[in-house]
Write a protein that binds this ligand. Structure first.
Ligand code: ZN
Length: 694
């Protein structure tokens, strides 16, 4: 079979999307995995593995990894954007084999020792910083996987890892079951007064699915929020709040014993690997230097947010008293009166803003901004095969016209496309024996498509779409504009890399708590007058977005920021202290102590929030929840470098040379310092959120 996934191609040829079909997947992946397994055995048995060099060890490994990526990458992408039964079947047929193979490689002791020998070789000292970082990252990951432990300890580590993944999966399952077992059936719409049309429609649909009349109120987040933020009936809000805040805390789906065991096993795992506690282990792969530094960072933030949070809480209590004569303000009143105040003060709605954000205009404005900031050009490339007619391929070039990389933009929602928005690698930049391989990226969004769009309609046909009066372009909400800018920021770090070593080029090798820096940084531009003037114009009248509307947009960003910041700090401190608290911390006691220290509004004693905190008990955020705030600090501080300099071109160039250009090739803190001239500061974020004292 002539399999397009197996074609040996020139280094940066884009995938042959016009030829790839589901039946190519399994034979290609099976062949590559077999070749790679045999290749790895031969490589590690060869004399070269005893005294390895970059060329004899890393280059062949990269070539194997690359071949797999170039086949599996397009498959995972197509699985996401054309999720038909055939693509799903092809993907699922190979996924277990791919997972098994990658676990095998990451636990390969001989490979680990070969890396160790390379790190100890005389040539190592003369390697570029990027090569040394690639080797150091690899050795770190091997050690964290337990491979380096002596026999009995390694066995124990394996047992712990297996048990932990079981427990974490069970935690998630219990939470899901506890969430789903709740359903409050309401027949008359009167009891739901205050809820939005959308919230009611959601509840009616849930009732219909269960063959009930009326409405079914549920505890999935959109369902819960629809009641607690909008329902006028206070007792109903309280009932939902109580159910939500005690999920998975008793009965059949009780997560209490699981939490204790998870924390004990994590502590044992950390100690086996030679760390003081699990937080120290977790921070090995992060930018933050130590648990003490994170603790200090969070406490600073809390202290600075508290005055504003106290004011916000008073405003909410006053609103509740004035509107409904409430003098026992409770947690189930907070989202409700916040929503009332927000409407009263801002009166913002998506529909007010949409006409200013026609998708083709926003995309063109984003490109114009990027071209100006980073001294590049972006142009559509015709004739490249894609997976749908709405997808456009673009090329990035530098000032001299030299190619930097390419990306696909797939902007609109379709029936068989996975929801959400994301950036993914298509090709990574790397030096190969046959020349430099340039990067390529996938940018995927799910905007509502244009109405009555002509069949040949393309984003570039802006003039016809806005001038004809017949068809209406896709009009975005401001949130969708932020999403596009966000994902494009990830794309820029992948595409503008100057690193030639695959393992640390682009977003690879960037620590978890720094990876959102370029993406959140890009979002800031969607609040700047000059940038908005590039693209935010009424699609019919052509007028720029009015000042009053822009002011409301900015005020909306700051609305409730004090209480929201404290809430995030509370969760992050709780997470951190649990994972520095030894094998058997008093979970609810730790939370109580954190709340007394930083919060301004305490939940009732029967609140069992930890039992549903799946970020840290089931997901990958253990001793890493602080990353949300950390990344916001980095991106706000980076953006402030632009505003402080009056948007000087030199700052854009420096951002490109450091954060975007170096990515994971050096320590993230060093790169940030080179860009900013100092360590990150929380001041810019405080100003952005309206929390800085004037
Ligand atoms: Zn992101």
């Amino acid at each position: 079979m002539n399999n397009p996934l197996l074609q040996a191609s020139v280094p940066d040829a884009l995938p042959a999307f016009d030829l790839i079909a589901p039946e190519h997947v399994e034979p290609a992946i099976d062949a590559i995995l077999a070749d790679n397994r045999a290749g790895l055995v031969a490589l590690l048995a060869s004399p070269a593995a005893q005294s390895p060099t970059w060329e004899t060890l890393i280059e062949p490994l990269e070539a194997m990894g690359e071949r797999l990526n170039r086949a599996w990458g397009p498959v995972t992408h197509l699985f996401g954007v054309i999720s038909t039964a055939a693509w799903r079947a092809a993907f699922n047929a190979c996924l277990p084999n791919i997972t098994e193979y990658s676990v095998e490689v990451s636990l390969n002791e001989d490979l680990f020792h070969a890396y160790e020998r390379l790190a100890a070789s005389p040539a190592h000292a003369d390697f570029s910083p990027a090569r040394r970082k690639a080797i150091a990252d690899e050795l770190r990951d091997f050690r964290l996987s337990g491979v380096a432990l002596p026999g009995a300890q390694k066995q124990r580590f394996k047992t712990l890892s297996l048990r932990l993944s079981e427990l974490q999966a069970k935690f998630e399952e219990n939470l899901l079951d506890a969430t789903q077992v709740f359903g409050k059936h309401v027949t008359g719409v009167d009891a739901l007064r205050g809820m939005t049309g959308q919230g009611l429609a959601l509840a009616a649909e849930k009732a219909r699915v269960k063959h009930l009349d009326g409405y079914l109120l549920t505890l999935d987040y959109p369902g819960y929020h629809a009641v607690v933020a909008h329902a006028d009936d206070r007792a109903l809000r309280q009932e939902l709040y109580r159910a939500y805040a005690t999920r998975a805390s008793s009965g059949n789906f009780d997560n209490t014993p699981l939490m204790a065991e998870i924390l004990a096993l994590r502590d044992e795992e950390a100690k086996l690997l030679g760390f003081a506690d699990y937080a120290e282990l977790s921070l090995q792969t992060k930018m933050a230097e130590s648990a003490a530094a994170v603790e200090q960072f969070l406490l600073d933030l809390a202290q600075r947010a508290q005055p504003r949070a106290v004011e916000e809480l008073e405003e909410l209590k006053t609103a509740a008293r004035k509107r409904d004569g409430l003098d026992d303000f409770a947690p189930w009143d907070a989202p409700y009166y916040a929503e009332k105040l927000r409407e009263e003060k801002l009166g913002l709605s998506d529909e007010l803003l949409r006409p200013y954000f026609p998708a083709p205009q926003v995309i063109a404005g984003l490109f114009a901004l990027t071209e100006k900031l980073f001294g590049i050009s972006i142009a559509a490339v015709d004739g490249m095969p894609t997976w749908h007619k709405d997808v456009t391929t673009y090329a990035l070039r530098d000032r001299t016209g030299a190619d930097i990389g390419r990306f696909y933009l797939d902007p609109y929602a379709r029936d068989d496309k996975r929801g959400g928005a994301w950036m993914d690698e298509c090709i990574g930049r790397r030096h190969t024996p046959s020349g430099l391989q340039l990067p390529a990226a996938y940018l995927t969004c799910n905007f509502a498509p244009p109405l009555n769009s002509p069949a040949e309609g393309r984003p570039s046909s802006l003039a016809r779409e806005t001038g004809g009066g017949e068809s209406q372009p896709a009009l975005l909400t401001h949130d969708e504009v932020l999403t596009l800018f966000h994902e494009f920021g990830h794309g820029l770090q992948h595409l503008l890399t100057r690193v030639d070593e695959a393992a640390v080029a682009g977003i690879r090798g960037v620590p978890w708590d720094a990876v959102e820096l370029p993406s959140q940084f890009m979002e800031n531009w969607a609040y700047e007058r000059d940038t908005l003037n590039l693209f935010a114009r009424h699609w019919q009248a052509g007028a720029a977005i009015p000042d009053a509307l822009l002011e409301k947009l900015r005020a909306d960003r700051r609305f409730g920021a004090g209480l929201a910041t404290l809430r995030q700090v509370e969760l992050a401190l709780f997470d951190l202290r649990l994972h520095t608290g030894g094998a058997n911390p008093d979970i609810h006691g730790v939370l109580e102590q954190v709340r007394r220290q930083v919060s301004v509004f305490l939940p009732p004693a029967w609140n069992r929030f930890p039992c549903s905190f799946s970020h840290i008990f089931a997901g990958g955020y253990a001793a890493g929840y602080y990353s949300y705030k950390w990344a916001e600090v980095l991106s706000a501080d980076a953006f402030a470098a632009f505003t402080e300099s009056g948007f000087a071109a030199a700052v854009g160039q420096r951002f490109r040379d450091t954060v975007l250009g170096e990515g994971g090739a050096r320590e993230a803190m060093d790169i940030f310092r080179d860009f900013r001239g100092r360590k990150p500061s929380i001041e810019a974020l405080l100003r952005q959120d309206g929390l800085a004292v004037a």
